[in-house]
Design a protein around this ligand. Structure first.
Ligand SMILES: *Cc1c(COP(=O)(O)O)cnc(C)c1O
Length: 427
């Protein structure tokens, strides 16, 4: 999003005009930003035999999956449904790593039937996998390295109390189960949390995983998950990917020598690929002056972007309609009957009723975490691709809200009436 001649543009297209065309609220993604983020990662890790798996829970629109596939990036999914979406988008099952948590063995069996690589995250499932498949189906094992990393406690998943992965302290147990059932372990995985700042912490966790490979002789890859941080506010410190890439190349290539085989190094970025590509565009419905603050109420809320409320995340808010306006202090809030504050005490160019406000960094965990709370409809999604704004998901309608509801109180239609309906349809 760039300010050119008083207009905020993406790929030369004016965002306010896009709102006029598609209405608000509206999610808009910039394909170029996704592509450049992928290229940046590839560049940074060119010293290693690296493979990228997009963690698609961040944003699952089929067009986004296709765009990312075009760039040679494979897929990491956390549910069978995400895998099915991936396959619909054209991914081959063997390009998909299935990393679920707390699912029943039945879902694991479905994943094997689909042809996915399963990433096993507890010993009970590992045992069932071994009993069921022996050495006939290779798998990956998710290790919890117990390195504390991550922006806040809700997104730290590698600490000792975390529900994710099998503790690195339980390696002897894992090895016993693997040997007893001759399980073919082709990958070891970790994902220690979102928002890793220091490459040193990341490297330390990687070393824990490298050391854990001892005794696993069939490995083809080591998967370090994600945690690449992006800037949410101006001046935010972000992961220095280039520096991490160089240091990782040394550490990983040394490890491969020790292991005695050139393995692949996998990463699973979600947020890094799509966060900055997206904005949620909303309209200022009302300006409300109270004795303590000035509120801007917009035509969206925690139903469309829950991160500020769920994680206390900061999303920069920009008034697209009045870029030259005097900056004033606002609380920007949603229209949901619940406290749903997008931003407190924000300095924003003067907001007038009807102005378009953009919430930045809305590409990751925006639409994918949205809901119909307050019976509000989900917004459409637009992808700006080759300098064109393309609708990639329609705005929901009332039909979507009632589609799966079963009305047990309306009088059942008589056979005759039903027949009449059919006839009407045919004619
Ligand atoms: C969510 C998730 C990721 C992606 O995390 P980001 O912070 O969005 O990059 C990667 N791997 C797994 C297993 C995940 O669950």
């Amino acid at each position: 999003m760039r300010l050119v001649d008083g207009k905020y543009q993406v790929q030369g297209l004016d965002l306010v005009s896009i709102c006029e065309e598609f209405g608000t609220p509206l999610y808009v993604y910039n394909a170029d930003k996704i592509i450049s983020q992928i290229q940046r990662l590839k560049q940074a890790f060119q010293g290693t035999n690296m493979k990228l798996k997009y963690a698609c829970k961040a944003l699952t629109n089929l067009n986004i999956l296709k765009l990312i596939k075009q760039q040679g990036v494979e897929l990491d999914v956390v549910s069978i449904e995400e895998a099915q979406l991936g396959i619909l988008a054209g991914y081959k099952p063997e390009e998909i790593l299935f990393t679920p948590n707390g699912v029943a063995f039945d879902e694991i069996k479905l994943a094997v039937e689909l042809g996915l690589t399963v990433n096993i995250d507890n010993i009970s499932i590992l045992e069932q996998f071994g009993h069921h498949y022996g050495n006939s189906v290779p798998c990956c094992i998710r290790i919890n390295p117990h390195i504390v990393a991550g922006g806040n406690s809700k997104i730290q998943v590698g600490h000792i109390d975390s529900k994710f992965g099998i503790s690195v302290h339980q390696l002897p147990h894992i090895r016993r189960v693997v040997e007893a059932n001759k399980i073919k372990v082709i990958g070891l995985h970790m994902h220690s949390g979102s928002d890793i700042l220091e490459s040193e912490v990341f490297l330390r966790a990687a070393e824990v995983l490298f050391n854990a490979t001892e005794g696993f002789e069939d490995l083809e890859f080591v998967d370090l998950g994600s945690g690449f941080k992006v800037a949410y506010r101006e001046g935010d410190i972000t992961t220095n990917i280039e520096e991490l890439g160089q240091e990782m190349a040394v550490a990983f290539n040394n490890f491969c020598k020790r292991y005695g085989k050139d393995l692949e190094l996998w990463f699973e970025p979600g947020k890094f690929l799509v966060s900055e590509s997206g904005v949620l565009l909303t309209k200022a419905n009302v300006i409300k002056h109270t004795p303590s603050a000035v509120f801007v109420g917009v035509d969206s809320g925690l139903n469309h972007l829950v991160r500020p409320m769920m994680y206390d995340s900061y999303h920069e808010i920009v008034n697209l309609s009045n870029p030259e306006g005097t900056k004033r202090i606002y609380n920007v809030v949603g229209y949901i009957c619940e406290t749903d504050t997008f931003g407190c005490d924000r300095k924003i160019n003067e907001v007038r009723e009807g102005d378009i406000l953009a919430m930045k960094n809305a590409g990751a965990y925006g639409y994918s975490m949205s809901s119909n709370y307050n019976s509000r409809l989900r917004p459409p999604e637009v992808l700006i691709y080759n300098h064109e704004a393309k609708l990639i998901r329609e705005r929901e309608t009332l039909d979507d809200l009632v589609r799966h509801q079963v009305d047990i109180f309306s009088t059942p239609k008589t056979k005759k009436e039903k027949g009449k309906k059919e006839v009407e349809k045919v004619s």
